[in-house]
Design a protein around this ligand. Structure first.
Ligand code: SAM
Length: 381
């Protein structure tokens, strides 16, 4: 009996780790041995109309290995197939990190594993990569895909961890230091596009926004508990929102169960304002809440603080940011590290995605890349 490919991720997720690491694509589709329970057959989702529209209905996009043609068409149209993520500025990241065989690498934000795959290809033979991600839902899917692509535990270790705890994660996998560290901040397309995660106003879903739904409070609770003052500061600092006070007055202390309820109220708070500005404001409000819910700035500050001791002498770090608040912090940290001699070299200016990439993947438009090189001579402390 053939294992239906639609269920492959679930099967991989539930498999013991050792088994995952040795599984190949062919094995996963091979007839089930007779002593194994038969896999559960799942029907493809039903949808109205000719094409699936909802995230969960796009079963072909969720199985790129089976429906390569459909996925290619989606990519060619400048969209990201549902349940996947396109890595941004891969060539520029590789140039900045210059990974070589034998390197110890850390991808602080594993996501879909696109950057990890590109780095892994450069550090074998002899190298190892530690992939971290805070998201307990996407992480096992990504690990299964990477194992199926042939990256066993001898080259790739995966930990569900916030990158704020980088030193502990390094200790756990017995990395004395890293030659290469990457952080590609923010959320993945899988997280953004899944209505159940509540990250965007584009789809109706619970107002959650947690990368790790097992920790902290959902955005709905934050808004409900926040004072006008707190919310206004949050909109200003996390999203440079010019109508921060007005919006905070409308939203603070209110209950919004869904993403669309919140977006509706934000739009309604700006009568007479043109539609484009209203939609931009909605996006900024969502961004500000997401940053707060996931404590993204303090996680980044902790990561930056740990970099000098985590990097080997001569080691390289690259950070992709998507918001001025993040870029400011990275720029300041690298400049201070250069001045104090911790870093021997930093990116002279911020790097941006090429016009071609921006066109092919609009999500790359706001990306900013900076890198730094740990000095050889200074003590790691
Ligand atoms: C933009 S995506 C990374 C995409 C990845 N580079 C790829 O090629 O697929 C960002 C990822 O980082 C994770 N993340 C964000 N902040 C984090 C943190 N503080 N610690 C660990 N993971 C984090 C998110 O859960 C998400 O999966």
């Amino acid at each position: 009996m053939r294992v239906p490919l639609e269920t492959r991720n679930d099967i991989c997720q539930n498999s013991p780790r050792k088994k995952q690491s040795t599984m190949t694509v062919n094995e996963s589709t091979a007839p089930a041995p007779s002593d194994q329970p038969a896999p559960i057959h799942r029907r493809r989702p039903r949808y109205s109309g000719k094409y699936p529209r909802k995230f969960t209905e796009k079963y072909k996009e969720h199985s790129p290995e089976r429906y390569a043609e459909t996925v290619a068409k989606v990519l060619a149209s400048g969209k990201t197939p549902a349940g996947t993520h396109r890595p941004i500025m891969v060539e520029e990241v590789l140039q900045a990190l210059a990974p070589v065989p034998g390197d110890l690498a850390v991808d602080c934000t594993l996501g879909y594993g696109g950057h990890t795959t590109a780095i892994l290809e450069k550090i074998v033979p002899g190298g190892r990569l530690l992939g971290l991600d805070a998201d307990p839902l996407e992480l096992p899917r990504t690990e299964s895909r990477l194992r199926a692509a042939g990256f066993g535990p001898e080259v790739l270790q995966v930990l569900r961890s916030n990158f704020a705890g980088l030193p502990k994660a390094l200790q756990q996998v017995e990395f004395p230091h890293a030659n290469v560290i990457l952080a590609d901040l923010g959320v993945s397309s899988m997280q953004l596009d899944d209505p159940a995660r509540g990250f965007t106003s584009k789809f109706a879903g619970p107002l959650d926004m947690r990368m790790n739904p097992d920790r902290g409070q959902p955005a709905s609770r934050l808004v409900e508990k926040a004072s006008v003052e707190t919310l206004a500061t949050l909109f200003e600092e996390n999203a440079d929102e010019p109508r921060a006070r007005l919006l905070a007055e409308r939203l603070a202390g209110k209950t919004f169960a869904t993403t669309t309820e919140l977006a509706f109220t934000v739009r309604g708070a700006m009568p007479g304002v043109d539609q484009e500005t209203r939609e931009l404001t909605v996006r900024r409000v969502f961004q500000a809440l997401r940053i707060a819910v996931n404590e993204e700035f303090s996680a980044l500050e902790n990561l930056l603080r740990h970099l000098p001791s985590a990097l080997a002498p001569g080691g390289r770090v690259a950070i992709l940011t998507f918001h001025s608040g993040e870029d400011r912090r990275v720029k300041k940290h690298f400049a201070a590290g250069l001045a104090s001699g911790i870093y021997s070299e930093i990116s002279p200016e911020v790097l941006r995605a090429s016009p071609d990439e921006r066109q092919a993947n609009p999500r790359s438009s706001s990306a900013k890349l900076r890198w730094a090189r740990r000095a050889e001579a200074t003590e790691i402390g």
